[in-house]
Design a protein around this ligand. Structure first.
Ligand code: FAD
Length: 596
């Protein structure tokens, strides 16, 4: 069946912070840009970001981009590419000031400058300390303010939005693999179309929904990663998932690190401030993986609070109701609604919860997607860009520094937009679409429509989430990982046979959920297979068989594992590529033992 085709200079899949920042560059340059999104742009998950965006403005004391870069590389346990880390830290200040000029309502100091709060792992003096206040925030609703600012700016620039449109598959040129656009479905009508582009940007956000307990929205199903994987693009460093220390116990809803930045702290059931034992210097503001593991250890060793001893307590009543209402109003609301606790009086029960993917579609710091070709692991895939949480720049390495995700989507969203403009100037015509451009998509839809005696979508997704939570969580055990690979492959077989009862076309959410599950499974498989293969502990990847030894402090093994993982869907194949240790202009930051 011939599908209708619409042509644009650029197609962007995703209207969160990264997609909107990229779109703004392109639309302001006068290019014809289509932005697809499953939800209204201002409902994208960036809206949930609470604590702030990192930039070394130095409004609260001395700071520098070199310190920010150092904290990024150290936070990532030295797996970050240092050219990308330098680019992020240098560009952050410009991007935040630019956002301020766009009208972003940041909190202010008395002198009118942007207020900045402390955050985990943000230090002065190349990691030596004391802590630095680097997180620029709008109370505890920074993402909300940012997303609205960027959306309004895009409306002004005439960006064309396709709201409630779902990107389904990537279209590549069979000759050289260049990307030519996407197939997409209008969710209201169920109609499928081809959106042809001279340049395509993926900004589809995270995939935290592979875990049973997650701070991520239901729409965070890793669609960009699934589309890329099905089209033969590898996924990078998928074993690294950040578990945020403070999700509301039982609900998973996030309590920002900004709470600890403002002076809140964690207690076990005995009222002990246990982080003093695990991170004597940074204490509650140590890096997220360190705090999450300390909490899990307290709970596992019987010092958890509550009837079941399965959470710890986050105390902030000592800040006083005025500070809580001024700096953390959303947190007070969340605690009341989801934990039935007023934090101005009582501590909030919290547990580590899946929060952020460090891995994703491999890119360089210019936002260009890269893949191995002809002996070069970083060959640019022509016409294809990615930014934000779905991309792996790789700036977050093995563990993201808090506030660096909003920085990432501003810096790399803008960089991708700039490089797309350059590419479009050199490539003026649309290439011809291959005759089978929509075949993959139509085969998926036909299979789903025709499936008999298949698997239930909800049950299969729940099983996927249970397998991931149990076999590949905060702590990872070798035998559980090996079994996890088998289990997730079994889930993949069921995903290939999902069945929907309702075959109607108009707003068929059952079909959409089934299509999302096709993406979740690629993310889950890549995570499990990559995690099983990496035989060391590094950042967020903590293996029980790779302990802290004098030879390998914290279980990290740089001799064998200072390298990025690349997972290919075809045959669950793994390749590895070197970490870029040479920054753009700064001195390389030599690997050290990571302690806080
Ligand atoms: C609760 C919470 C609090 C956070 N707080 C902070 C913080 O304080 N500081 C910080 O730095 N980071 C924070 N983070 C992380 C940060 O918010 C995210 O990493 C970031 O906002 C992701 O932005 P994005 O633009 O990449 O994706 P998103 O904002 O998730 O946007 C993804 C977009 O892609 C669209 N999309 C997805 N799939 C498709 C498809 N198939 N077709 C069409 N459209 C599609 C969606 O509709 C959406 O528009 C937080 C995360 C959470 C969960």
């Amino acid at each position: 069946m011939a599908l209708s085709v619409r042509k644009f200079d650029a197609v962007i899949v995703g209207a969160g912070g990264a997609g909107l920042r990229g779109a703004l560059q392109l639309a302001e340059a006068g290019l014809k840009v289509a932005v697809l999104t499953k939800v209204f742009p201002t409902r994208s998950h960036t809206v949930a970001a609470q604590g702030g965006v990192g930039a070394s403005l130095g409004n609260m004391g001395v700071d520098s981009w070199q310190w920010h870069m150092y904290d990024t590389v150290k936070g990532g346990d030295w797996l970050a590419d240092q050219d990308a880390a330098e680019f992020l830290a240098r560009e952050a200040t410009k991007c935040v000031i630019e956002l301020e000029h766009f009208g972003m309502p940041f909190d202010r100091n008395e002198d009118g400058t942007i207020y900045q709060r402390p955050f985990g792992g943000h230090m002065q003096n190349m990691g030596a300390g004391p802590p630095v206040q680097r997180s620029c925030c709008a109370a505890d609703r920074t993402g909300h303010a940012m997303l609205h600012t960027l959306y309004q700016r895009n409306v002004r620039a005439n960006t064309q939005f396709f709201v409630e449109w779902m990107g389904l598959d990537l279209i590549r040129d069979p000759v050289d693999g260049a990307v030519l656009g996407v197939t997409a479905m209008e969710m209201e009508t169920g109609e499928v179309m081809i959106l042809q582009a001279r340049a395509t940007l993926f900004a589809t956000g995270g995939a935290g929904r592979i875990y049973a307990s997650s701070t991520n929205a239901f729409i965070n199903t890793g669609d960009g990663l699934g589309m890329a994987a099905r089209a033969g693009i590898p996924l990078e460093d998928m074993e690294f998932w950040q578990f945020h220390p403070t999700g509301v116990a039982g609900a998973g809803v996030l309590i920002t690190e900004g709470v600890r930045g403002e002076g809140g702290y964690l207690l076990n059931k005995d009222g002990e401030r246990f982080m003093e034992r695990y991170a004597p210097t940074a204490k509650d503001l140590a890096s997220r993986d360190v705090v999450a593991r300390a909490m899990a250890t307290e709970i596992n060793e019987g010092r958890g609070a509550g009837k079941e001893g399965d959470y710890v307590l986050l105390k902030l009543d000592h800040l006083g109701p005025e500070t809580i209402d001024k700096r953390l109003p959303g947190i007070r609301e969340i605690a009341k609604k989801f934990a039935n606790v007023d934090p101005a009086k009582d501590p909030i029960p919290v547990v580590p919860t899946c929060h952020y993917q460090m891995g994703g579609i491999p890119t360089n710091y210019r936002g260009e997607v890269v893949a191995p070709h002809g002996g070069n692991p970083n060959t640019v895939v022509e016409g294809f860009y990615a930014a934000g949480e779905c991309a792996c720049a790789s700036v977050h390495g093995a563990n993201r520094l808090g506030t660096n995700s909003l920085t990432d989507l501003l810096v790399f969203g803008k960089a991708a937009g700039d490089n797309m403009i350059r590419y479009l100037a050199d490539n003026r015509g649309h290439r011809e679409l291959p005759s089978d451009a929509a075949d993959r998509t139509m085969a998926r839809l036909d299979r789903l429509n025709g499936q008999k005696d298949g698997a239930n979508v909800h049950e299969t997704r729940a099983e996927l989430q249970r397998v991931m939570q149990r076999h590949c969580g905060v702590f990872r055990f070798p035998d559980m990982l090996v079994e996890g690979v088998d289990r997730i492959r079994q889930v993949a077989e069921r995903v290939a046979q999902t069945e929907i009862g309702d075959k109607s076309k108009v707003f068929n959410t059952a079909r959409i959920e089934a299509l999302e599950l096709d993406n979740l499974i690629e993310v889950a498989r890549s995570t499990m297979v990559s995690a099983e293969a990496r035989k060391e502990s590094r950042g967020a990847h903590d293996r029980a068989d790779c302990h802290d030894t004098p030879e390998h402090p914290n279980g990290r093994n740089d001799d064998e594992w200072l390298k990025h993982t690349l997972w290919f869907k075809e045959g669950d194949r793994l390749e590895y590529k070197p970490v870029i240790l040479k920054p753009l202009s700064a001195e390389s930051i030599p690997a050290k033992v990571r302690s806080y």
